[in-house]
Design a protein around this ligand. Structure first.
Ligand SMILES: Cc1ncc(COP(=O)(O)O)c(C=O)c1O
Length: 318
């Protein structure tokens, strides 16, 4: 058995999906209020996949944590905002694995910690608060030097798990059985999940991307991510050009909500489909609008990737 597999199975058994029932086979949602009975929405419920690292977090952290083990690192350092699902999942998995973790948080320490940050602290993550200008440097080499000088030997995971190993993990999201669908819908933050899906989808499958923020540089950054992963500029351009970007469902920007969106989330929760406010609700709302408008045809089968994020729902009001 190779060393990485040994570590997966012995040192880090909490990372193995086999311990949990695999809910990833798409389940039709018969209660979804889709007007045309021929159109079935299928949800890939990654949110139910893993207790510590639900949703796409499991996939983005998997190879990063294995790499940390391989390098003999016992401390993980990573940045994120005060409501970051990535910080939350990293703190939880590190606590389970007996790894130290440091979270570099965007902004000043709030007088009252968000539930996300409270959990992170409770799991032993050391939280350091960075000024806006410092945080803006987080993707530079100089910043990485600062991290290593400040925290000593450590393994650095970029924001949102957005690196080659994050993409590699996300290449495991789509499996053979998911290639029967015509359309795959996925929410986008850094684009890591989208890149992994593009690299593994079936030839005939169309990928609809629902950005959680109105950042028109996302397509260019996606192409770069695909380039690091393939080292083939032409292929990266080709895959990136296949994405069907849906810009009309950002609801005013990152983490912004409207009364309409909140009512939609409430309605879906009552039907048994929990959605988060930042990513998945906007995507599912968008898919339904596109079906109602006839942009998605009745005969097209849609696979909606539920990327988790439900812990973030505690931030506003509940
Ligand atoms: C719940 C959830 N869905 C979707 C995304 C977007 O994923 P990505 O950053 O890979 O585009 C994130 C951010 O990581 C997230 O927390």
């Amino acid at each position: 058995m190779n060393r990485a597999l040994y570590i997966m199975n012995h040192r880090a058994p909490y990372l193995c999906t086999k311990q949990y029932p695999d809910p990833r086979s798409p389940i039709p949602n018969p209660r979804s209020p889709i007007p045309d009975p021929n159109t079935m929405l299928n949800f890939l419920r990654l949110d139910e996949l893993h207790p510590q690292a639900p949703g796409n977090k499991y996939f983005k952290l998997k190879y990063n944590l294995l790499k940390a083990y391989e390098k003999g690192m016992t401390k993980i350092v990573t940045p994120g905002g005060p409501f970051s699902n990535h910080l939350h999942a990293t703190a939880a998995t590190c606590a389970r694995a007996g790894l130290e973790s440091v979270g570099l948080v965007h902004g000043k320490r709030p007088p009252v910690l968000s539930p996300t940050l409270k959990d992170c602290e409770a799991w032993g993550m050391k939280l350091e608060y960075l000024e806006r200008w410092q945080y803006a440097e987080r993707n530079t080499e100089a910043f990485k030097h600062w991290v290593h000088n400040t925290y000593g030997p450590c393994y650095w995971i970029p924001e949102g798990g957005n690196n080659y190993l994050g993409v590699q993990g996300c290449m495991e999201i789509i499996e053979e059985e998911h290639r029967v669908h015509d359309i795959i819908a996925v929410p986008v933050g850094t684009g890591t999940t989208l890149a992994g899906i593009l690299l593994t989808k079936g030839e005939h499958q169309r990928v609809m991307a629902f950005p959680a923020l109105d950042d028109r540089d996302l397509p260019k950054r996606l192409e770069d991510q695909l380039y690091w992963s393939t080292m083939d500029r032409e292929l990266a351009q080709e895959l990136a050009s296949q994405v069907d970007w849906q810009w009309d469902f950002t609801f005013g920007g990152f983490a912004k909500v409207t009364d309409e969106l909140m009512a939609y989330i409430e309605g879906k929760a009552q039907q048994g489909l929990p959605l988060d406010r930042v990513y998945t609700a906007k995507m599912v709302f968008g898919v339904e609008v596109l079906i109602n408008e006839g942009y998605i045809l009745p005969e097209e089968q849609v696979l909606i990737v539920h990327t988790g994020g439900l812990q973030g729902n505690r931030e506003i009001g509940d």
